[in-house]
Design a protein. Structure first.
Length: 149
């Protein structure tokens, strides 16, 4: 898109969303009219294409970020903690206001909050712990290599 031509900084993390997902919307009556085997086929196909899309998104964004930095000189900058906190607070306020104005929005919001907290707790001991452990191993290997030179 040429964004690197007008923006020399890439600010992260993307605080507003964890990543992309696809959605399938099916008329409830049409869904219920399908036999169980066809419902299962649609569910499996939807899950598979969502995972394929997420894998493709991750691979392409990895390449794109490398290109931005190495070929176009874009500088990575982490958003300051106070900015992330302010953005988070503003977003939370907007969502709380929406939840307060509509019972269905409140139900969805409460469900989301419970799920998000559980996922966050799990990721601290799974994916993030794995990345931290790999980074530690790589840092120690680099330190050992530098010490032997």
């Amino acid at each position: 898109m040429g964004l690197h031509e007008v923006a020399k900084y890439y600010y992260y993390p993307g605080w507003q969303e964890p990543g992309p997902v696809l959605e399938v919307t099916i008329n409830k009556q049409a869904w219920e009219s399908l036999p169980a085997d066809l419902q299962a086929i649609v569910e499996v196909a939807a899950r598979a294409i969502n995972q394929d899309m997420l894998d493709e998104y991750t691979a392409r964004n990895n390449r794109a970020l490398t290109e931005l930095v190495e070929e176009h000189g874009v500088q990575l900058r982490r958003l300051p903690d106070d900015v992330i906190v302010a953005l988070h607070e503003a977003a939370d306020e907007a969502v709380r206001d929406l939840a307060a104005s509509d019972p269905m929005a409140a139900k969805v919001y409460e469900s989301y909050k419970r799920f998000a907290e559980g996922v966050k707790n799990y990721h601290h001991v799974s994916e993030q712990a794995y990345i931290n452990a790999r980074d530690l191993k790589d840092a120690r290997a680099a330190s050992n290599e530098a010490a032997t030179q």
